[in-house]
Ligand binder design. Structure first.
Ligand SMILES: [Ca+2]
Ligand SMILES: [Ca+2]
Ligand SMILES: [Ca+2]
Ligand SMILES: [Ca+2]
Length: 476
């Protein structure tokens, strides 16, 4: 029996709504930045909210993900939340063999109040693909409107950061990339039609940019970009690539100021997370690497010093993703990191002044599990933040593709511990090669739904390009 709005403590007023930006800003005093990209754990704490003023705004649920202190009331005990595979909502959407969905975003790009889907497409090589934009029809069914709404660009796209990049109040996208182009800058006209403004990005040498973070690093209320670079041609930990820091002039024109603002270092970086974890006014950074993670402290003017030796333990694990969050409700940002190659997730507790210590997390590693991405949200509605972990499964021989494996859901206890509760809330998870995840409330029941993007191993039968788990609230 469905009990969507009949459970004690719930009412239709609890439905996700878009709050005025100013109200959200007041409730998020620790906002480190102004980007706004729901659903991707790679964009958690660094997200703030000011700068997003257009019709194309985010739902409150998405902002909860982004670390904003807006929350629904905890779910009543008489309600049970389960998720059902409703991938059929994407209809006949498909894509060519060898396509890796490196990121998925749940964003309301046209401001109609319904979350749309941006699918960032790449491959396991430098070969390119067209990304996709799937529009929500208002009933949670999605229609591919790529050809109408996106410029025709075929590059190997990585992770995506969303925010008011050009000072218009519209929700635009900066997409990381690999190969000849450092990425794409897609500017939104406010109605969900995007134009290519990649010529506003710095000219950079060919590299592999796995990720990009939008954050105001110098406090002038413009979204700057931190680009995470890898060097897969020499996979050793200390022969990676220099990360980049691009300064935004406020109109979406970026200048490379890496040389004067970032430490010069070759890392295998898969993500950069920003947050005010040393108590300073401007955001500091954690650099998520294969190998040593690094802590970069902001000098108050957007220049960073490497204080890893004083602030972080020696690490060798092959990290793929991470999230800064106040998991313990202690008012400090701890760090959760996901790892590949049979290394378990790791949790680093912050002493409140930006010194991190690894502590047991309660998440055992499964054989051949590749923790490709994590997303944070309160999926069981008990008031504590949970973790959804995508699993790509074992790597295929001789290529950068994966054979698939079950993704998992870990319920948080509000004290920095987690327990595998997948079977309590999800159907048996398929062996998809999942590499990306987004959370957002598509069906408006006050519970985030789960969208997964899959990698490119076309030897897997029955693989779907996107997997969607929709929340349902039933009486116990
Ligand atoms: Ca929409
Ligand atoms: Ca700035
Ligand atoms: Ca929870
Ligand atoms: Ca939902």
């Amino acid at each position: 029996m469905r009990c969507a709005w009949s459970c004690p403590g719930w009412s239709p007023a609890d439905r996700p709504v878009t709050l005025p930006t100013t109200a959200l800003r007041r409730r998020h005093p620790d906002a480190a930045s102004v980007t706004s990209a729901p659903g991707d754990a790679s964009k958690r704490e660094e997200h703030g909210v000011h700068g997003v003023r257009s019709r194309a705004v985010l739902s409150v649920v998405s902002l909860v993900l982004a670390g904003v202190s807006v929350a629904y009331p905890a779910s009543a005990a008489s309600c049970r939340i389960t998720f059902r595979d409703e991938s059929w909502r994407f209809g006949a959407f498909t894509k060519p063999d060898g396509t890796s969905t490196n990121d998925v975003s749940l964003v309301d790009v046209d401001g109609d109040g319904h979350l749309d889907v941006f699918v960032s497409e790449g491959t396991a090589t430098f070969e390119g693909r067209q990304s996709h934009l799937l529009m929500n029809d208002g009933h949670g069914r999605f229609r591919d409107e790529t050809t109408r709404r996106l410029p025709a660009i075929s590059i190997n796209s990585g992770k995506v950061a969303w925010g008011d990049i050009d000072g218009t109040g519209r929700l635009s996208a900066l997409v990381s990339g690999s190969g000849d182009r450092p990425g794409q800058l897609l500017l939104n006209d406010g109605h969900g039609y995007f134009r290519d403004a990649t010529d506003r990005l710095p000219a950079e040498p060919q590299t592999v940019s796995a990720n990009v973070t939008l954050v105001d690093i110098d406090g002038n209320r413009t979204l700057d970009a931190l680009v995470s670079n890898e060097n897969p041609f020499d996979p050793s930990d200390d022969h990676g690539a220099q990360n980049w820091l691009w300064i935004n002039d406020g109109h979406g024109r970026f200048t490379d100021e890496t040389a004067t603002r970032l430490p010069q270092r070759l890392d295998q970086t898969t993500a950069v997370r920003a947050g005010r974890f040393t108590g300073h006014r401007l955001p500091d950074l954690v650099v998520i690497n294969r190998g040593q993670k690094r802590v970069l402290v902001n000098d108050g003017h957007g220049r960073f010093t490497d204080e890893t030796a004083e602030r972080f333990p020696v690490t060798t694990d092959p990290s793929r993703d991470g999230a800064l969050h106040d998991f313990r409700g202690a008012g400090v940002l701890d760090l959760l990191v996901s790892n590949s190659q049979n290394a378990p997730m790791t949790y680093y507790r912050n002493d409140g002044r930006g010194h991190f210590t690894a502590v047991p997390v309660g998440i055992p590693q499964l054989k051949d599990e590749v923790d490709s991405a994590i997303a944070l949200g309160d999926l069981n509605r008990d008031g504590h933040i949970d973790v959804f972990q995508t699993n790509a499964g074992p790597r295929s021989n001789g290529s950068h593709t994966f054979q698939g494996g079950p993704s998992r859901f870990f319920a948080g206890d509000g004290h920095g511990h987690f327990a595998d509760r997948t079977a309590d809330h999800f159907p048996p998870m398929p062996d998809d090669p999942s590499i990306s995840v987004a959370l957002g409330d598509i069906n408006g029941d006050g519970v985030q739904d789960v969208l997964l993007g899959n990698g490119s191993d076309d030897t897997i039968t029955g693989e779907v390009p996107l997997r969607l788990y929709m929340s349902h609230r039933t009486r116990r």
